[in-house]
Design a protein around this ligand. Structure first.
Ligand code: GLY
Ligand code: MN
Ligand code: MN
Length: 430
């Protein structure tokens, strides 16, 4: 039985604000993340769906939230108590305890979901839902709408189904003081873990060993898990953007790219540092590294309210093209994606790639105070490219987590070293 460490008023306030934005004929139905099995009676580690968690704080699977204007406005469907099951899997809240703990207007046994929902649907025509989080609930819901026609022929149907992600994402994009505190803490935990990895890195250790040090550090700081599978990429593996094998041995003379973060109370951090396996950058590595670092600092300077996400993406492309041209790596702008195939960054929050509605090409997405995002330019030079030999195989990304403030930005991960001399002196001390 897991109770969030924070006040339940936080979740209730989110629900109340959302409910008060609804019209009388609108309803939101969200389902929990299902529990996935890796074998007939062995489950994968469970994590609640972020939209569901945002509005409930409730971490049990097989549950469902209904919100509407009319009272009762917030109804949580949960599993009832079952001593035999609880002997194996731990205590369940059950409807009564869930209602009082999570400050719901009503809690109902999830087995009564279909019948209860039928009775709640009166006067409802617009239903916000998220398809495909939980296929069992999707099916149950679809059945309710079929049954409704038979049971209540005079009700106005069919319903208009809308995507609840659009509605909730707008709210999730702007972080409260509480949320910023959690992300700050996730960054703080990751910062210590990254520095411990840097100190432990030397020729001959494996990527997996370093990943283990990272996870050990997170857990010893009481973080429950990583916010995504950590990328521990030595040498050419850094050119694979989402490399996750982490199976190779770190070689003398190579760089090591670590893209990894802690999750704290469901909030993510997402930090990348690139450093020399042997603790000392080569001349070529240092040249490209400092270019990425300078670009990153310029991009962070560009983060402020009123600036579009797209304009910073454009700036990143221009800055990276300029430095690659200066080094004789690139001639034509059209080739830039060979060396820099991703965007400058993304929103960060309950999910590492936070909220749903953000198309990178969407020029209407403008930064606002309270948003948290990553700034993560990189340069990746394939061996197959026609470039100076000395740069081949270099892959560098530097990623920080940034809060948009009223006047500009604050780097939440500013304590994680990124200057060449800071990194070299940290690694020399180990
Ligand atoms: N860790 C994935 C990313 O940086 O977006
Ligand atoms: Mn990352
Ligand atoms: Mn990222």
């Amino acid at each position: 039985m897991k109770i969030p460490q924070c006040s339940m008023d936080i979740f209730k306030k989110r629900r109340d604000e959302l409910i008060s934005s609804l019209k009388d004929n609108e309803m939101i139905i969200l389902s929990s993340q299902p529990l996935y099995l890796r074998q007939h009676d062995v489950a994968f580690p469970y994590r609640q769906d972020s939209f569901f968690y945002y509005l409930t704080g409730f971490e049990e699977s097989n549950s469902c939230l209904v919100l509407r204007k009319k009272s009762p406005s917030s109804i949580l469907f949960v599993q009832k108590n079952d001593p035999e099951r609880e002997l194996w899997d731990g205590a369940l809240f059950g409807p009564d305890r869930a209602k009082s703990t999570f400050l719901m207007d009503a809690c109902v046994d999830v087995e009564e979901f279909q019948d209860t929902l039928l009775s709640l649907l009166e006067n409802i025509t617009n239903i916000y839902r998220i398809r495909s989080v939980n296929k069992v609930f999707d099916h149950e819901l679809d059945q309710v709408f079929v049954e409704q026609k038979a049971k209540y022929p005079d009700r106005r149907t069919p319903y208009r189904f809308l995507d609840a992600r659009d509605l909730i994402s707008k709210r999730r994009m702007i972080k409260s003081e509480f949320e910023i505190k959690q992300i700050r803490k996730a960054c703080q935990i990751s910062t210590l873990a990254h520095t411990q990895v840097m100190k432990a890195c030397k020729p001959g250790v494996t990527e997996r060993h370093l990943h283990g040090i990272f996870i050990q550090s997170l857990m010893s700081q009481q973080a429950v898990r990583e916010s995504y599978g950590g990328i521990f990429a030595s040498g050419d593996h850094a050119l694979v953007l989402h490399y996750m094998d982490n199976a190779d041995t770190c070689q003398d003379g190579d760089l090591m790219l670590v893209d990894a973060g802690a999750e704290w109370e469901y909030y993510a951090s997402d930090l990348t540092r690139t450093f020399p396996v042997n603790g000392k950058f080569s001349a070529e590595q240092k040249i490209i590294y400092n270019h990425v670092l300078n670009v990153q600092k310029e991009l962070i300077q560009a983060v402020r309210p009123g600036v579009t996400h797209r304009s910073i993406n454009t700036k990143a492309l221009e800055l990276i093209f300029a430095v690659l041209k200066q080094e004789g790596v690139i001639k034509n702008k059209k080739d830039i994606r060979t060396f820099y195939p991703h965007g400058f960054g993304h929103l960060l929050g309950l999910d590492v790639h936070d909220v749903y509605c953000l198309d990178e090409d969407d020029a209407t997405f403008t930064l606002q105070a309270g948003m948290t995002l990553t700034v993560e330019p990189g340069i990746y030079i394939p061996r197959s490219a026609e470039v100076p030999e000395k740069f081949k195989g270099i892959g560098i990304r530097i990623e920080d987590n940034v809060l948009v403030t009223e006047t500009g930005s604050e780097v939440l991960s500013c304590h994680l070293p990124k200057e060449v001399d800071e990194i070299e002196s940290l690694m020399a001390k180990s």
